[in-house]
Write a protein that binds this ligand. Structure first.
Ligand code: SAM
Length: 163
């Protein structure tokens, strides 16, 4: 598969998983968390999928398309190490109905290690029944795997639910 094919499949998987997560969490009150603003593509998509929810975004920098920059009071700017504890303090435990983690870099091992390091804090931020969509497999106490939608290749994107 060419890198172009792989990129397209990744984006299709993101879109399908985010759509499925929004459907699954539709009746659960709560906020949305986007970890990894990047150029703002998935943040913009989440705004479309969840127009009535507050969306809080995390990144160490703002390098997004100008139309896809969150309001300052919805942005946790800095390393996840610092901003996830800050979010727990400011937003409280169990407030999120949907979380999207998209933190991958070119370094697969570092991306896996980062996902493993932040998974417990992400789980703490999630309400019971909340849905996690992520580009890395994430395991933490209280998180159980969910099947990805049909058509999404196994291992390309991941979904989980908070007990
Ligand atoms: N979801 C984005 C989109 O659709 O445009 C792409 C996100 S990009 C793959 C990953 C982002 O995660 C980068 O913007 C990077 O700065 C951020 N990131 C990676 N590690 C981080 C860390 N430890 N703390 C904060 N942000 C981090």
């Amino acid at each position: 598969m060419s890198r172009l094919d792989s990129f397209i499949r990744r984006l299709e998987a993101q879109r399908q998983c985010l759509g499925e997560a929004a459907r699954l969490a539709a009746d659960l009150p709560g906020i949305v968390l986007e970890l990894g603003l990047g150029n703002g593509r998935t943040f913009d998509h989440l705004r479309t999928l969840c127009p009535d929810r507050e969306i809080y975004v995390f990144d160490r920098q703002v390098a997004a398309h100008p139309d896809c920059i969150p309001a300052p009071d919805r942005l946790f700017l800095g390393d996840f190490d610092a901003t996830l504890p800050a979010a727990l303090q400011r937003l409280g435990r169990g407030r999120a109905a949907l979380v999207h983690v998209d933190l991958g870099s070119g370094d697969a091992a570092a991306s896996r290690a980062l996902a493993a390091a932040i998974a417990p804090a992400v789980a703490e931020l999630m309400a019971s029944g909340a849905v996690l969509v992520s580009d890395q497999e994430m395991a933490a106490s209280g998180l159980g795997p969910l099947p990805v939608p049909p058509g999404v290749e196994r291992g390309r994107y991941f979904m989980a639910v908070r007990a």
